[in-house]
Design a protein around this ligand. Structure first.
Ligand code: FMN
Ligand code: ADP
Length: 314
């Protein structure tokens, strides 16, 4: 995948079909657009392109809390996995913000990206003051000679699938619902760091990670999880929070006890998927009480994995 950050110095040699947006969460609605992009790209031997911004425009303009469903890097990796050939990640600068729709089409889509086709949702907006919309794009496509596909929003019953909807479910810890809406489990990524080395003495060593500050997290608590590390996948159980039993600080981290693993994993990158919420984080009176509860948690995880559709995936 080509990854372009500086649009001013880029000009695509080959034609591309491009979809535009924030793509936070790369959810089922986004995936529908990406599928259409891939279809058109394959049919015409064009590049499958995505044009996005480095941070959410709303966040940068202070309209929404600055937490993302995916970091820019996680989004990049997922788009690569989904078959995108060209990713343009553009800082949301004054120059881009103030472009008239017509100028954006000519300067960005046609000149820089060599767009022969554009795929957008029905509510797509672009250009200065969000003046450009799907109809504008269709008209421009006719007069300037590029194809435009306008896609209906992907629905969950009566409600449109959106990053906002997913954020609402994530805040409630409804991980199964989040997974259904996203088209894959909610996850965090990051290197494995050192903790206080209490895990081994408790009998449950855990890999520790510190999620990116901009990453939105589900409620503090214990989750049945699946972890990808060192080319392997493990079932396990994660504890997301501040560890009030052993810590007085407020720094949020994630700890995962991996089933059937006894490797030294420090320094490696891990991806942890939160599959299902088990219970909220608690402050115990003693390490023994914590240890007893951890044993019960692990028993319930065994049941979860043997009785659920996750049983065969490790
Ligand atoms: C399944 C599981 C459940 C946990 N539940 C809690 C909890 O409710 N409260 C808490 O303070 N810590 C909880 N922890 C975190 C432990 O305190 C932590 O793993 C242990 O202290 C080891 O810390 P270390 O990695 O810094 O050595 C849990 C950990 C696991 C693996
Ligand atoms: N089953 C396992 N699950 C998680 N980590 C394991 C496991 N077996 C060995 N480890 C290793 O042990 C380390 C965690 O040990 P622990 O005593 O909890 O120390 P820390 O406080 O640094 O997490 C992990 O980083 C990993 O390298």
């Amino acid at each position: 995948m080509e990854f372009v950050k500086n649009l001013a110095e880029y000009q695509s040699e080959r034609p591309c079909v491009v979809t535009l947006g924030k793509f936070d969460g790369v959810h089922r609605g986004h995936r529908k657009l990406l599928k259409e992009v891939r279809r058109i790209a394959l049919e015409n031997h064009w590049k499958a392109g995505v044009f996005t911004f480095t941070v959410s425009p709303q966040v940068q303009m202070g309209r929404r809390e600055a937490k993302m469903l995916m970091t820019n890097e996680e989004r990049e990796n997922l788009l690569r996995d989904l078959g995108v050939d060209l990713l343009v990640e553009c800082p949301f600068t004054e120059e881009i913000r103030s472009m008239e729709p017509d100028q954006f089409i000519r300067e960005v889509l046609l000149k820089r990206l060599h767009a022969s086709a554009v795929v957008a949702g029905t509510d797509f907006r672009f250009g200065k003051d969000r003046k450009g919309d799907a109809d504008y794009l269709l008209e421009a496509g006719k007069s300037m000679g590029f194809h435009v596909s306008v896609m209906q929003k992907e629905m969950d019953g009566e409600r449109e699938i959106s990053s906002t909807y997913i954020r609402e479910e994530l805040e409630k810890g409804h991980m199964e619902k989040v997974q259904e809406l996203m088209g894959g489990p909610y996850f965090i990524t990051g290197p494995i760091i050192h903790g206080r080395h209490l895990g081994h003495s408790l009998g449950f060593p855990t890999i520790n990670q510190r999620p990116a500050p901009e990453k939105m997290l589900p409620p503090r608590g214990v989750y049945f999880s699946r972890t990808y590390v060192g080319g392997k996948v493990y079932q396990g159980i994660s504890s997301l929070g501040v560890k009030p039993t052993v810590n007085s600080g407020n720094e949020e981290g994630n700890e995962t006890y991996l089933f059937d693993c006894s490797l030294d994993l420090y320094g490696q990158e891990a991806k942890v998927e939160f599959l299902s919420f088990r219970r909220p984080e608690e402050k115990f009176d003693s390490l023994d009480a914590l240890k007893n509860q951890m044993s019960l948690d692990i028993e319930s995880a065994d049941q979860f994995f043997s009785s659920s559709r996750f049983s065969t995936s490790s």
